[in-house]
Design a protein around this ligand. Sequence first.
Ligand SMILES: [Zn+2]
Ligand SMILES: [Zn+2]
Length: 273
Amino acid sequence: MKNRRNTVFDYHIHSEFSDDSTEKIINIVEEAIKKGGKKICFTEHKEFNYPDKDIEFNLDYEGYKREFERIRSIYGKKIELYMGVEIGVQAGEKNIQEIIEYTKEHEFDFILASAHCLEGAGLYGMDPDVKNLDNLFAGYFREMLDVFKHFNDYDVVGHIDLLRRYFLEAQTHELGESKEVLRELFAHIIQEGKGIEINTGGLFYDSANINPTLDILKLYKEAGGEIVTIGSDSHIAERVLSNYEKAVDYLRSAGFEYVTTFARRKKEFHRIK
Ligand SMILES: [Zn+2]
Ligand SMILES: [Zn+2]
């Protein structure tokens, strides 16, 4: 169904340039136009020292740029297209150094910084000690905080409570002591002028949840957070812009009046009321 709203954006999309997608950029763009999208941003995976050697999440930057620009030259008048990246953030001096160098040397419209690992292991397929869930959350938030204390060349933090997507026990976990670490993380992000995202991708997984949960989104708001992007985390064309209206309602219910987009690393706020 075509969305008639003027502020229809998707700032988290994967195509075949991500190691876990085979979708063509052109299919995604055509689908987004059909749905009434105004601005969409590709956020292809780029990991550094990803622990699973079968899938490294390297990014063919030149190939990506070439295809993106080719498609933009065809469709750019019908929809605003942006070239972003989802960089994997992992603590550790070597990882952080590589991230800093990479973002310095490559140009993007938007940099989404996401933690897909915890203590050097991939979250996907991990079998954690769920009796200590709150420790797990605290460790996850702390690792991001460690990275962001040394690296600030990003715009938005991706799916900040991603643990909920992978571990069913984590879905309903109410943050205990880990909430303090999250407060610290939010204080840091906000002070640096960075934002967070509402990621609707989880609605398609077993977790059937938007990330983050509403209480976390409200916590970000209370901490003074204003920058929020909305993304589908789609890996196939048909999911681009999916559940966008749900995300807007969600944003509003946490007290926000604006949704954020980026172009050439500059943010723009759009009123959603
Ligand atoms: Zn991600
Ligand atoms: Zn993603």
